[in-house]
Design a protein around this ligand. Structure first.
Ligand code: DC
Length: 220
């Protein structure tokens, strides 16, 4: 049997999604679609153009007019590579608000489905299993306590050149979780058929072993 595709990986910030996706890419040749990049790129452009998240009509028309695409690990808007800007503090602070706007989501979902239209795809985000790829044959939902995720995020932030201590990271994660789980449009939640993994007390290797076992069992 061939490998499952797409594989949907959802979960809150710093729950281990990217680690899993990278390993599936390395081991089996999956293409990774990091859908948070589309919301981040949209946010960067909206901030540049002075379009506030409260102005949902202007956000809708911006979403309808820009040409946004995901290619490998890069994101382009109207031909300009915005990848370097995605972790900027201003983008980080505003992305949850822009990504709660239904018309923005509709436009980003189109981009995400197009990018995912490849033979072997791992799609990473918040609503991959529920909305974007509801028929995905294999779905994971990763979770971990806010404390564990804050500690991971503050370590990662250093490597992105955006120093953040665990307290700051914790505040940010709490705020982000609240917006992502309570928004009306595609809130963060596990799909009914998702395999839920709590990564709080797992080492990276233990998490990868669990996921690889599920993929291998699917193929067998
Ligand atoms: O995964 P990330 O941190 O790059 O996501 C950035 C923001 O985008 C986060 O606040 C949640 C939102 N997001 C979303 O609403 N749906 C997705 N499929 C991916 C990300």
């Amino acid at each position: 049997m061939s490998l499952p595709s797409p594989i949907a990986i959802d979960g809150p910030s710093a729950s281990g999604k990217s680690t899993v996706a990278r390993e599936l890419a390395r081991r089996f040749g999956y293409v990774v679609i990091d859908t948070g990049m589309t919301y981040r790129a949209f946010t960067a452009v909206a901030l540049d153009r002075g379009v506030a998240a409260e102005d949902t009509a202007a956000c809708a028309s911006l979403a309808a007019t820009i040409d946004l695409s995901l290619e490998d690990e890069q994101v382009f808007v109207d031909g300009v590579d915005l990848t370097e800007r995605l972790r900027e503090p201003a983008v980080e602070a505003a992305v949850s608000a822009y990504s709660a706007i239904p018309t923005v989501r509709d436009a980003m979902v189109r981009v995400q489905r197009e990018a995912g239209d490849v033979p072997l795809c791992v799609a990473v985000g918040r609503d991959m299993g529920t909305e974007v790829f509801p028929d995905a044959p294999l779905k994971f939902f990763l979770n971990a306590t806010q404390e564990a995720r804050a500690s991971r995020r503050s370590k990662q932030a250093g490597t992105w050149g955006q120093e953040q201590d665990a307290t700051e990271a914790g505040r940010d994660i709490k705020r982000r979780d609240r917006i992502d789980t309570t928004r009306a449009a595609s809130p963060l939640r596990p799909a009914r058929d998702a395999i839920v993994i709590d990564t709080t007390d797992l080492t990276e290797q233990e998490l990868l072993d669990q996921v690889i076992a599920r993929v291998s069992a699917w193929v067998a």
